[in-house]
Design a protein around this ligand. Structure first.
Ligand SMILES: Cc1ncc(COP(=O)(O)O)c(C=O)c1O
Length: 368
């Protein structure tokens, strides 16, 4: 039986890509803010409805760079229910992560629990729009404003997500994106940092280019996170087809919801009112008692049938050896995140899933 993967990369037409490669070859300008780089930044800012964006080589370096640019130190409050890069970005800046539990309704940082974790060393909050589901940005901002904290959103999953017609990327002080091959929109490897003003954009552009402001001036110890022309051209082509890919994903979500709504012990998220979702993942949560099978039993059954779900986000970041000694990583501090991590499976979700693929996944989850 053919393999059904959890995701599939959105690939541009090879013919169109080759034509752009020819242009790059002819120009001999292959990296360092080239023509396609500039064009992609412009087109992405328009598509995402944000005033300023800087391209990065992946979705981890914009997190690290945002913390640098905002001069964040001390302690940062964050979620354990995410990909490990979120917390690693704090570690790389010598910042102590403070884990706070999530809201089961959204799987995102619960604003009601943030205040209790604030100490005199707290300087910022780093929430994640997990699975592309918007955080309670208003609730988080209220706490941030009360204590004078910065907010950096890890929006790696939230490409194109809007709330009431407005981009989710306008929340907080900065937001980061990942354009990794597994994401809704990809540039093979890639990412971006979204900011609200031109001065910050200029500073970020220096920081991702070793700190160079001009040929002879280095303003800060920057990093190298420049995007080459090949990936920028690839990104321009993929942007033209991302809406169709999101629509295909939406249809998959509708099919899963219809088929699985009445399965005892299986729960999932519905669309949130006023939100333009991107359907980046389709997590289901398995209540072993009601379902009659544990999450892992179902996960391995799917694997035996050549259906590769993923247990995102298990284990929690707070369980990894680097972080589990932190007081905030204690299991008792994070009961909801633990429950979600122990029961979740992300079902295959991408633009190329066929009706036949969906039938195979659904039949297995329904135990036919
Ligand atoms: C929530 C989250 N943050 C950060 C990253 C890091 O992105 P990248 O793999 O592009 O470095 C990822 C994904 O891979 C992610 O899922």
């Amino acid at each position: 039986m053919s393999q059904i993967t959890v995701t599939a990369p959105l690939l541009p037409s090879l013919e169109e890509f080759n034509a752009l490669l020819k242009e790059i070859w002819d120009s001999k300008w292959i990296t360092n803010n080239g023509r396609f780089h500039q064009q992609l930044e412009k087109e992405l800012a328009e598509y995402l409805k944000v005033p300023y964006i800087s391209l990065f080589t992946n979705g981890t370096l914009p997190l690290i760079t945002a913390l640098q640019a905002l001069r964040i130190t001390g302690e940062v409050i964050t979620t354990p229910y995410s990909f490990v890069a979120t917390t690693h970005s704090l570690w790389w800046n010598g910042i102590k992560p403070v884990f706070v539990d999530v809201d089961p309704a959204t799987c995102n940082l619960d604003p009601a629990r943030i205040e209790a974790a604030i100490t005199p060393k707290t300087t910022a909050i780093m929430p994640v729009h997990c699975y592309g589901k918007p955080c309670d940005t208003k609730g988080i901002q209220e706490v941030a404003d009360k204590y004078g904290l910065k907010v950096i959103y890890d929006a790696a999953h939230a490409f194109g997500v809007e709330v009431d017609g407005e981009s989710i990327l306008t929340a907080g002080d900065m937001s980061t994106l990942s354009f990794h091959a597994t994401k809704v929109y990809n540039t093979i490897e890639g990412g971006a940092l979204v900011m609200h003003d031109e001065k910050t954009k200029r500073r970020i552009d220096y920081l991702k280019n070793f700190g160079f402001a001009d040929e002879v001036t280095v303003v800060a110890p920057g990093i190298n996170s420049k995007v080459d022309e090949m990936r920028a051209a690839y990104g321009i082509l993929n942007l033209r087809q991302v809406d169709a890919a999101i629509e295909a994903r939406r249809r998959v979500a509708v099919a899963y919801r219809e088929a699985l709504r009445d399965v005892p012990g299986i729960t999932f998220f519905d669309d949130m009112p006023g939100v333009r979702h991107n359907y980046s993942y389709f997590p289901i949560f398995v209540d072993a008692e009601q379902y009659g099978m544990t999450r892992d039993e179902l996960y391995f059954r799917l694997r035996e049938a050549n259906i590769l779900g993923r247990r995102y986000f298990y284990p929690l970041i707070s369980e990894f050896s680097t972080y589990r000694g932190l007081p905030s990583a204690a299991k008792e501090n994070l009961p909801i995140a633990h429950k979600m991590a122990d029961t979740v499976i992300c079902l295959p979700m991408h633009h190329e899933l066929t009706d036949n693929d969906l039938e195979r996944v659904i039949k297995l989850v329904k135990k036919y």
